[in-house]
Design a protein around this ligand. Structure first.
Ligand SMILES: Cc1ncc(COP(=O)(O)O)c(C=O)c1O
Length: 474
């Protein structure tokens, strides 16, 4: 039966659709170069569009593209230079182009996709060289959470061979990380049957880094109690303050007790490539596995994380399998034999295009600049009595700060209200965080577009609105 032309091709509107999209992208890129002085909120028309029911028939693609852009322009865009909340990203231009290309060809990195597979190996190797980790292999994943789960699955199989086949047989396992490690580590413990209650949140030192002496005592106590330590996780740097755990000291403990060492460098490990920060990552090469989120401090758009492992066999040990629909051509492993995921988009292309277009030195400079911005705002605040920082200088690019209002009875409520006021104001965007029970504003500088002027604007806006908020809570 001939169905005639199926209406899912753009047909003779292709060129117009691409041209319209290109116009919008170009305008957005230019806009991202400098900050805008307000955020646009979704208007009534947009609200109506976004609550309309399923369309049975299509509309003109050019209108649809315009509406999609309206949605994006009314959304929080991490690409903007004054987006300082959480751990953002930058929507790197060649990364966005890589996504368009990769999604158009849509190779599936679950199996051998020929040149795309070779490029993924090359991108893994370039990333490993960049951060200085002797990876035998690695893969790209959808994010730090999945990279951490992948690493900890490998660790569990290495420490308890056969666990994937036979389960844990009641073996009480333990996992060690800083008390300020990211929740994805606890999630990994939950989904891997280690159990959240068996995650040992190790005390931190005055610089908020995991204490190796406390770790050592805890491992010894657990061994004496019949537990099986499966992984020590070093966080470099932490999501809360950017603290970098002392990898070398933790590696000593891992080696002493024969435990897998994983480095969760989702946010911070790209700074290992920067001369001024390299020393913080001493011992990185001794880890068994490392998580790197390229969609954080390697500037490319989401989703693009990588898990790198020192020993190539460790991923296959936990993920390799035989299925009738997944032949092993020439006896070689498929990507699904070393990944948690099956269908996988071509994420590696954006990192490859980043290094190919700009070179590793430009990436290093951009990271260094973000570190300098963190130092700069820390120093400025020391001369502005309205603000306070934590006592330690920032190790990477996160600088918790708060407004100090004389006589204010509830400084936490005040800083929380200030943060919400800043978000509503729209000139800068920052998120709050609770540190040692108190509310702080927690800017993170991670965008290559951010300038010193943008950083200064954060303090100016906080000063303006801090005054407005005064009286609310005292
Ligand atoms: C240290 C750390 N690990 C893991 C993650 C999770 O990464 P993702 O959001 O890409 O899953 C984050 C996210 O901020 C992080 O900061």
């Amino acid at each position: 039966m001939d169905y005639g032309e199926i209406g899912l091709s753009l047909g003779d509107q292709r060129e117009a659709a691409l041209a319209r999209t290109a116009q919008h992208v170009l305008r957005a890129w230019k806009e991202f170069d400098t900050a805008r002085d307000h955020e646009s909120l979704p208007g009534e028309d947009l609200q109506q569009l976004l609550t309309s029911s399923l369309p049975s028939e299509g509309r003109d693609v050019l209108d649809v593209i315009d509406q999609a852009v309206e949605v994006l322009d009314s959304s929080l865009a991490q690409s903007r230079p004054r987006y300082f909340a959480f751990i953002g990203s930058s929507g790197l231009e060649v990364g966005a182009l890589a996504d368009l290309l990769a999604h158009s060809y849509d190779p599936n990195l679950a199996v051998d996709a020929r040149a795309a597979t070779e490029l993924e190996w090359q991108a893994v190797s370039w990333l490993a060289q960049f951060i200085g980790f002797p990876a035998e292999t690695g893969t790209f994943t959808s994010g730090g959470t999945i990279s951490n789960i992948t690493a900890l699955a490998s660790a569990r199989e290495a420490m308890i061979p056969g666990a994937r086949e036979h389960g844990l047989g009641g073996i009480p396992m333990t996992l060690y990380c800083s008390s300020e490690a990211h929740y994805s580590i606890t999630r990994a413990a939950e989904v891997l049957g280690i159990g959240a209650a068996n995650v040992r949140a190790i005390e931190i030192d005055a610089q908020r880094r995991m204490r190796a002496d406390v770790l050592r005592d805890q491992v010894q106590r657990d061994l004496a109690d019949g537990c099986k330590p499966v992984t020590i996780v070093a966080t470099t740097g932490t999501t809360l303050t950017g603290a970098v755990d002392p990898i070398d000291q933790l590696a000593d403990v891992a080696e002493e007790f024969g435990v897998w060492l994983h480095v969760d460098g989702a946010y911070g490990v790209p700074a290992a490539a920067v001369p001024s920060r390299e020393y913080l990552f001493a011992g990185l090469g001794r880890a068994n596995s490392v998580t790197v989120d390229c969609h954080k401090w390697m500037f490319v758009p989401k989703a693009c994380s990588a898990i790198l492992v020192r020993n190539a066999a460790s991923l296959a040990k936990v993920f390799a399998h035989d299925e009738a629909y997944m032949p092993h051509a020439g006896g070689h492993y498929n990507a699904v034999d070393i990944t948690l995921e099956y269908s996988r988009p071509f994420r590696a292309l954006k990192l490859w295009m980043l290094f190919s277009t700009h070179g590793a030195n430009a990436v290093r400079e951009a990271i260094e600049r973000n570190c300098d911005q963190a130092q700069m705002i820390f120093d400025w605040i020391q001369n502005r009595p309205l603000f306070e920082t934590l006592t330690n200088r920032p190790q990477l690019s996160i600088v918790p700060l708060r407004v100090v209002v004389q006589g204010c009875s509830d400084p936490d409520a005040h800083n929380n209200a200030l943060c919400l006021a800043i978000q509503r104001d729209g000139r800068v965007y920052v998120s709050p965080a609770t540190i040692d029970g108190h509310v702080w504003l927690r800017p993170c500088f991670i965008n290559f577009r951010t300038t010193s002027n943008d950083v200064a604007t954060l303090l100016d806006v906080a000063e303006d609105l801090g005054a407005v908020c005064q009286g609310l809570h005292n």
